[in-house]
Design a protein around this ligand. Sequence first.
Ligand code: HEC
Length: 195
Amino acid sequence: MRATYPSTVVFALLALSLSPLVQAQDIAALTADTRAKAVPVLPKIAGAMKAAVEKDGLDGAVGVCKTKSPELLKEASQATGWPMRRVSLKPRNAETAVPDAWEARHLADFNIRAANGEKPETLEVGEVVAGADGKQTFRYLRALPVIEVCQNCHGDAASLKPAVTARLAAEYPHDKATGYSLGQIRGGLSVKRPL
Ligand code: HEC
């Protein structure tokens, strides 16, 4: 009888690890850990942008945004080992920012959640997603709401400074990222964490 005890325990643990409750706790822990390690890149990007606007003026900062933001994201990816990028339902950079199906679904959901009264700056989602190869990845998306400074380059197209409009047209012929008002969700920080 004694010999069966450990296997019973193992079986119970296995059953427990498959229970939705434990899974929900795991996801909450993964979400918190990913937030803690990935989200600090966002104020770095905002800080670099602010410094660039002060130093180079708005149209100069467009160029800095193009090189500096991906650099900072790359550094954060290398530090954590997790691919990270910024995505949007109305992308400016058509090469890097077009969302995949999971990202698009949750960005649309963020818009609904914000419309239902959730604070845009707190919106996030974490989920375990199985790929076509069966491998599981933890995916995290954090909303990037529009604050005042963003409107210089993402606000109503007619209100942008002519130098900014010209620079954007030259660098981003497929730009869809204007027309935002305060509090709207410009896009998301997307993280893929291999499990
Ligand atoms: C000086 C102009 C400027 C300002 C100010 C600015 N952005 Fe951008 N934004 C850009 C440019 C240029 C890109 C494209 C960067 C690239 O090529 O990767 C961009 C890209 C993005 C992206 C990546 C997705 C995409 O559409 O390519 C997000 C998200 C974003 N901006 C959010 C914001 C937010 C939020 C703010 C305010 C906190 C902000 N931006 C302020 C110029 C600006």
